[in-house]
Design a binder for this molecule. Structure first.
Ligand SMILES: NC(=O)c1ccc[n+]([C@@H]2O[C@H](COP(=O)([O-])OP(=O)(O)OC[C@H]3O[C@@H](n4cnc5c(N)ncnc54)[C@H](O)[C@@H]3O)[C@@H](O)[C@H]2O)c1
Length: 364
């Protein structure tokens, strides 16, 4: 009978410690890695392609936008002299299209495997969830949940295929906090693109919000057991960053505020991809600010040059860390552990008999 505490879970799931952003990583550690990026033709994806190709990675871009993808790959090859950058047309909502992308990536990879998968493709836009049409009709027409299709079903397909290909990556070893980045090139890494919408409510975008919350749930679930397959999984949660996905209404709402920059998302992603010691962590990316930590642990905005102030665009969100789970999680886990303790070994044995019976088809 195992009793899990949030603290015990950190060891059980082999989560690496909080990221110390003051410790530098070397972007050159991506050299020789084969990286597959969905939605790599624009925005963050295009930023990843440029930076990782410049640093010697093999990059396979899968995107629905062939025109943009082709232009990007041609440009990057010219600018970097790295010919191991390829575009493959892919619609992430189409299973077979993703199967073909992964197969093509493995065959284009000089070592025949994939080291990192970045589940990046995503869309935002008009959301019919709260706006039913045909109010006079006997029945409302079926809504198009395209955002869920791309941002959730597409990510689930990418994840499933990543778990197929990463374990088969020739020469790769199980992920480990003791690995030596730079020395060990082969990897098994899945990087998910969440959002600040994974952690907070975003009005008028319920579908986007639901999909990104789901990506956070996917991350939290997978990282609990991914070490069994030796796969490391990390999550990026950018705030609003200036790319084509940010719609005009969102830009109006954000007017006067601060938007983040693609280069900071690229920085956070590169740390994850390059540093194979990072397991099961998430980073929020926002606008670059100078902050100082108060005695209460909260951060406060200060002006540049303030003693004790740090300039950063990256944050580790506590809300999805096992050791810093929010008060409700902590409380409910405590209650569940108490129930388990009260039922004791007899309760455990009774449940086990029931479970075996259930498996044999004895169900009430
Ligand atoms: N920019 C932001 O403010 C922000 C914030 C948080 C999270 N994100 C997330 O980051 C990811 C990248 O977004 P971005 O800002 O670079 O946007 P972007 O619009 O610049 O890029 C998205 C890419 O996905 C591709 N794509 C769309 N549908 C696809 C499909 N069905 N199949 C394959 N490719 C498809 C597009 O063609 C495009 O190249 C998305 O998952 C997005 O939700 C963005």
């Amino acid at each position: 009978m195992t009793s899990y505490t949030p603290e015990g879970m950190v060891d059980a799931i082999r989560q690496s410690p909080p990221i110390d952003l003051s410790i530098p990583y070397d972007a050159a550690w991506v050299k020789g890695k084969t990286i597959l990026i969905t939605g790599g033709a624009s925005g963050f994806g295009a930023g990843f392609v440029r930076h990782w190709a410049k640093n010697g990675a093999v990059v396979i871009v899968g995107d629905i936008n062939t025109e943009k993808g082709d232009v990007l790959v041609r440009e990057v090859k010219q600018q970097t002299g790295n010919n191991n950058v390829h575009f493959v047309h892919c619609d992430v909502t189409d299973w077979q299209s993703q199967v073909n992308l992964f197969k093509e990536a493995a065959s284009l990879s000089p070592h025949g495997g994939i080291d990192t998968v970045v589940a990046n493709a995503g869309i935002a836009g008009n959301d019919p969830t709260q706006q039913p049409t045909g109010l006079d009709a006997a029945e409302p027409p079926r809504p198009a949940f395209k955002i869920l299709d791309v941002n959730l079903a597409g990510v689930m397909y990418t994840t499933h295929l990543a778990y197929y290909w990463l374990v088969k990556n020739p020469g790769s070893e199980r992920c480990s906090m003791d690995s030596k980045p730079g020395e060990r090139v082969r990897d098994r890494h899945l990087l998910l693109l969440g959002s600040i919408a994974s952690l907070a409510p975003i009005a008028i975008q319920p579908q986007y919000n639901a999909a990104k919350h789901a990506v956070l749930g996917l991350f939290r679930s997978l990282r609990a057991t991914s070490h069994y397959q030796g796969i490391r999984i990390n999550l990026l949660c950018p705030y609003f960053i200036d790319t084509p996905i940010v719609t005009a209404p969102a830009r109006i709402v954000l007017a006067g505020g601060a938007m983040g920059k693609v280069e900071d998302v690229v920085d956070a992603a590169t740390r994850f991809v390059a540093d194979s010691r990072i397991l099961g962590r998430a980073l929020v990316v926002g606008p670059k600010v100078t902050v100082k930590q108060l005695d209460t642990g909260e951060w406060s905005l200060v002006s540049k040059g303030t003693p004790g102030g740090t300039e950063t665009a990256l944050w580790e969100p506590c809300a999805d860390d096992w050791e810093e789970v929010d008060a409700f999680d902590r409380n409910i886990i405590k209650i569940l552990n108490s129930v388990q303790a009260a039922r004791g070994w007899i309760g455990w044995a009774a449940d086990l008999v029931k479970a075996v019976g259930h498996g044999l088809g004895y169900r009430r």
